[in-house]
Every structure is written in structure tokens, then in C-alpha cells.
Design a protein around this ligand. Structure first.
Ligand code: FES
Length: 156
């Protein structure tokens, strides 16, 4: 049985001079515990464990792309549309995912399987277009690659 979230968060906080410094890893753990997103109670749990207000915790979460304030699909497909990827066809890649999945960026497929997002730079600028699928990056993705990628994901 997993440790209670509050215990896990306090153990992380003990590694820092100030508990506030643990808010990012704490939010990450809370997101995992809540099925990939942060409902309002997650901010209460993290805030209580770190002696911070839920509003502070939510404020941090809203700043970073990797925290989700609404439910996401089982698979998260994030297409970088920032400058390097944008110059190498990111919009075409994004459009190909829209067609293959039948959703717009920010939406989840009706079966709850995929959430598609357009995101800012995810640190792979040398290999555009970069697509993050869950926590793994696919590099040099072209629009032509997308049907095969979606087919693979559907069979994993
Ligand atoms: S611009 Fe796409 S990874 Fe940096």
C-alpha cells in the first residue's frame, strides 16, 4: 500500500531548508496520485503538508505546462509549436495529430485515451519537430510520421 501523500510530501520537504522549496516535486507526486491531473483537493493536501495555502500551490501549478488542472487522457500527446519546431513543420504535425485523433489541441478523445496539446519549447530544439508522448520525446517528427505513431500508441 502506498504511503499517504502527506507523508511522502513531508519526507521530500525535509530535504530542503524551507518546505516551500518542495512544492514542485510535491505537486508532481500529487498529480500522479490523482490520475494525471490536480483537482482542488490536491492543492489542499499539498498545502497542508507543506504549510502553504492551496492558492499558493495552485499558483505554482498554473505557471508550468507539466501540471494539469483538468483531467487528461491515459496518453498525453504534446506537440512543440515553438520557434525551432515551428520552422520545421510543427503546425503540420499538430494538424496531422488533430486528424488522426479527431480532437483539437486541449481536447481529449471521447474514449479518454488521448489528450492532444500544443506546447512551448520542450528542450529538444536541435531535433524539430519534437513531440512528447507521456514523458518520452520523439524527435524529428514529420506530419507523415503521425499516422504510424498513433497506430503504435493505439496498440501499446
Ligand atoms: S522549439 Fe521545439 S523543442 Fe525547442
Amino acid at each position: 500500500m502506498p504511503r499517504p501523500l502527506a507523508d511522502q510530501v513531508r519526507a521530500i520537504a525535509a530535504q530542503y531548508p524551507e518546505s516551500r522549496s518542495a512544492v514542485m516535486p510535491a505537486l508532481r507526486i500529487a498529480q500522479e496520485r490523482h490520475g494525471g491531473w490536480l483537482p482542488p483537493e490536491a492543492f489542499e493536501e499539498v498545502g497542508e503538508a507543506l504549510e502553504l495555502t492551496p492558492a499558493y500551490c495552485k499558483g505554482v501549478a498554473t505557471f508550468y505546462d507539466m501540471f494539469h488542472l483538468a483531467p487528461v487522457g491515459r496518453r498525453l500527446v504534446e506537440v512543440c509549436t515553438n520557434i525551432c519546431c515551428g520552422l520545421r513543420g510543427a503546425q503540420e504535425v499538430l494538424s496531422a495529430f488533430e486528424r488522426a485523433l479527431g480532437v483539437q489541441p486541449g481536447e481529449t478523445t471521447p474514449d479518454g485515451e488521448f489528450t492532444l496539446r500544443a506546447v512551448e519549447c520542450i528542450g529538444g530544439c536541435g531535433w524539430p519537430t519534437v513531440v512528447a508522448i507521456d514523458d518520452r520525446h520523439r524527435l524529428n517528427v514529420t506530419a507523415g510520421d503521425v499516422p504510424q505513431i498513433v497506430q503504435e500508441l493505439r496498440h501499446e
